[in-house]
Ligand binder design. Structure first.
Ligand SMILES: C[S@@+](CC[C@H](N)C(=O)[O-])C[C@H]1O[C@@H](n2cnc3c(N)ncnc32)[C@H](O)[C@@H]1O
Length: 331
């Protein structure tokens, strides 16, 4: 094929020029020939010595498991374009039609994403008080414990025994940026500690409660891993703890049922303190129902509230969103 031949010392400058002109042929290995370098080009270029040469093709690494997976063409359009990655474990949501090909899909993910060691399919919705889901093993190591890195912290967890979503990393960073040193934080539904451990880097003291004994076991391990010694884990129902402490900032990351715990949250915040409330809402009414409930509970307690910020955190289901409302409580 057509090539440009340049002295070795001019190779980098020539390469940049050829890219700028849009004539460097992609997918080939550049060749060295004694004191010269040969670049494959797609057309004649002025100002360069042109020669004919053969080039080795570069093997293009697939970017997506969908390029290598072996499934019938009829189901290919159903292959999801993304999946969650928690530590070195991938969790994918497959429609029923793809479940018979789960093993092939899992193996394709392992082949393309070398850092992934185990693949599971979602076997149910997030359910129950502990907010966990069933997982179906597809490929790789038969293990559900992993170490996840997020926002500069390390979190050990078992994806089958506790709730964890890597999709909330940005939201957690948002709350971290708002937190001030010297604050007391109360994480009412802490899980393995993705909010608590992060906020403990800034806050004076963090109380982290969860009902799931596995979550608290991993939280304790994560306290050690991250040296978060200003964090107090509490195993049990948050209803028993709430009101017994006064925090500057309360996190209510239980979107499915947070409205049932507003009383506890408001009793646990000092006057002027802030509550980060999460909920699920239909697209057509994201905030008003939640805000009405917040105001009603405040009124029952003789408090008032000031709404500070409201935002969509992430899509949750078709036309449903996980939303966040930040508000101040005045007593
Ligand atoms: C949606 S998860 C959030 C976990 C964590 N904040 C995170 O971002 O990964 C909600 C957590 O609340 C816990 N939980 C549910 N009801 C509770 C209650 N009444 N008291 C304390 N924890 C509760 C569950 O066990 C679960 O770990």
């Amino acid at each position: 094929m057509l090539a440009v031949r340049v002295p070795k010392r001019e190779a980098e400058k020539a390469r940049r020029k050829l890219i700028e002109l849009g004539v460097l042929a992609k997918g080939y290995a550049v060749r060295r020939e004694g004191e010269f370098v040969l670049f494959p080009v797609t057309e004649e270029v002025e100002g360069f010595e042109l020669v004919e040469a053969e080039f080795e093709r570069l093997e293009r690494r697939p970017h997506s498991y969908r390029e290598v997976v072996e499934v019938p063409d009829s189901v290919k359009p159903l292959l999801p374009s993304s999946f969650d990655v928690i530590g070195d474990i991938a969790i994918i949501e497959l429609p029923d039609e793809l479940m018979p090909y789960g093993k092939a899909i899992g193996e394709a993910i392992l082949k393309v994403h070398k850092h992934i060691k185990a693949v599971f399919a979602k076997g149910s919705k997030v359910e129950g008080e502990y907010r966990v889901r069933e997982l179906i093993y597809l490929a790789g190591e038969k293990r559900t414990e992993t170490l996840h890195r997020e926002n500069g912290i390390r979190l050990k967890l078992d994806v089958a025994k506790v709730y964890f979503s890597p999709r909330l990393a940005t939201e957690r960073m948002r709350i971290f940026k708002k937190t001030r040193s010297g604050e007391v934080v109360f994480d009412m539904f802490a899980g393995v500690g993705p909010y608590s451990i992060l906020l403990a880097r800034k806050a004076k003291l963090v109380f982290a409660c969860d009902l799931n004994p596995w979550a608290i076991r991993y939280l304790e391990e994560n306290i050690r891993l991250n040296k978060a010694h200003n964090l107090v884990p509490i195993l049990g129902d948050v209803r028993k703890v709430a009101g017994k402490l006064k925090a500057d900032r309360v996190i209510m990351n239980l979107p499915k049922f947070a409205d049932r715990f507003l009383r506890e949250a408001m009793l646990s915040v000092r006057s002027g303190g802030i509550i980060h409330y999460y909920g699920f809402s239909p697209e057509e009414d994201l905030y008003s129902e939640h805000e009405a409930r917040i105001k009603a509970v405040a009124r029952e307690l003789g408090f008032s509230v000031e709404f500070l910020e409201r935002r969509k955190v992430r899509p949750y289901a078709p036309r449903q969103f996980n939303i966040a409302i930040d508000f101040r409580v005045l007593k």
